[in-house]
Design a protein around this ligand. Structure first.
Ligand code: UD1
Length: 430
């Protein structure tokens, strides 16, 4: 079983290039099946979630041609089956974007209902409410969501909770509905905007993405396009906190600094220096960090996907910090692992009270999910001694070449497959 092994204590220094946004790419790949023309998508991250979604798409008849490591040409004119296999949904929840895309294009979709996941129960009632409002009949049978419609029509939809997935899924289906749709209380995340821009580049008529009201005038069909995905703000933020926690100096390149404002604001609050450039940010941590309070919120608030990374950093800051998780109920699972590395943390419901310590010490820990896994890597990089991280397949779901990128910043980290390889690492770095 693959593990990361890390010898911590080295301040990260240098430059790192951020890949394309995984969460934008998931929506965009699904939306790409909505035309019969060939579509070129560039700046795709080479990560497991994306590769699994591409396989799921191939399994229903999409032709996928990998032009380079980061670009695919796709043609979906031969989709013969609107039913997606459970194997894919099990591996990657966001395959549910295929419901909105297939329903919009074929007026029919059969996709297994995604189960719970490690960060808590994740209902999709709002997606279903939106499809129904557009005129679809939605039933759940044998674990599948079956959505069908004679024709889809525009509608006025209010989302009770701000949901990225529901916003994107409804936006896709409404793009090919008859008439005008208004979605209120939308998610405003950069990847919602990126999916809207992509659909518009195929001829859709979507206005207002990035605000809380999206207006969509349905069109008859969509056409070919070439599109480059935005940079991944969560990957960027992860490297920014890795720089902070290791007292490093890192230039994070190929980013949109505006998308990183919540992260940047917190880094400044805890006494890091952050310098913004047109498409890069430099993070320098030259003194002991100070504590702060954080509450996760929908964009432009502080992202839940960056909660573990800031918490790990605060575990090393001076003073007590309070972190409140308001999006997902079960996102503090990694705190037990962090405690094993010497952190002083108490979790009460959706709040973590973190009393900063001077040092963390290396331990064997396991990644409970994608972002918490990345945060444990940060903890390992900052800790004294050796940390090994199990279950790194979660981390590989969303971080391209994570270990390579960290090594290029001077980190001692390696992916190992056996105790022998781990021993070699210990000897080489000891
Ligand atoms: C997306 C991101 C995920 C991120 C999350 C919140 C993708 C592929 N994933 O997930 O990385 O952590 O946004 O920023 O982009 N909810 C309902 N009913 C629904 C849908 C959601 O009650 O039908 C609730 C959820 O339980 C949660 C909140 O709404 O409390 C936000 O979830 P949502 O924005 O939908 O998250 P995802 O789109 O699943």
């Amino acid at each position: 079983m693959e593990q990361y092994i890390i010898r911590g204590g080295i301040p990260l220094a240098g430059e790192v290039e951020i890949s394309g946004a995984k969460n934008a790419a998931l929506g965009i790949l699904a939306a790409a099946i909505m035309t019969d023309d060939t579509v070129l998508i560039d700046n795709l991250p080479d990560v497991r979630d994306i590769n699994v979604l591409l396989e799921a798409m191939e399994s229903i008849g999409v032709h996928v041609d990998r032009v380079t490591r980061h670009a695919v040409m796709m043609n979906s004119k031969d989709i013969g089956d609107v039913s997606v296999d459970y194997e894919y949904i099990k591996k990657i929840r966001a395959s549910y974007y295929l419901i909105g895309a297939l329903l919009g294009k074929y007026k029919k979709a059969e996709v297994p209902l995604p189960g719970g996941c490690n960060i808590g129960s994740r209902p999709i009632d709002l997606h279903i409410k939106g499809f129904k409002a557009l005129g679809a009949k939605v039933t759940i049978r044998n674990g599948f969501i079956i959505a069908t419609a004679e024709h889809l029509h525009g509608s006025h939809i209010y989302l009770d909770t701000v949901s990225v997935g529901a916003t994107i899924n409804i936006m896709m289906a409404a793009s090919l509905a008859e008439g005008y749709t208004i979605i209120e209380n939308c998610a405003r995340e950069p990847h919602v905007v990126d999916v809207a821009n992509f659909l518009n580049s195929m001829g859709a008529n979507i206005r207002g993405a990035g605000t809380d009201v999206i207006r969509i005038r349905g069109v008859e069909s969509l056409h070919r396009t070439e599109y480059s995905i935005i940079p991944d703000q969560i990957e960027a933020g992860t490297f920014m906190f890795a720089a902070a926690a290791t007292k490093g100096d890192v230039m994070v390149k190929n980013v949109i600094p505006k998308h990183l404002e919540a992260t940047t604001a917190k880094l400044l609050e805890i006494d890091c220096e952050v310098e913004e450039f047109d498409n890069a940010v430099r993070v320098v941590a030259s003194k002991r960090l100070s504590s702060t309070n954080v509450k996760t919120l929908p964009y432009p608030g502080y992202p839940t996907d960056m909660q573990p990374q800031i918490s790990v950093t605060l575990a090393l800051a001076r003073g007590t910090s309070i972190v409140t998780e308001s999006i997902f109920e079960n996102r503090f699972k990694y705190m037990d692992e962090l405690t094993r590395m010497g952190a002083d943390v108490r979790v009460e419901g959706n709040t973590a009270i973190i009393s900063g310590v001077d040092t963390l010490t290396g331990a064997r820990v396991s990644a409970p999910d994608l972002r918490a896994g990345a945060a444990l890597v940060i903890a390992g990089l900052a800790a004294e001694g050796i940390t090994t991280i199990d279950d790194i397949m979660y981390i590989q779901r969303g971080y391209e070449s994570f270990d390579e990128k960290l090594r290029s910043l001077g980190a001692e980290i390696e992916k190992v497959n056996s105790e022998k390889e781990a021993m070699k690492f210990r000897l080489r770095t000891g």
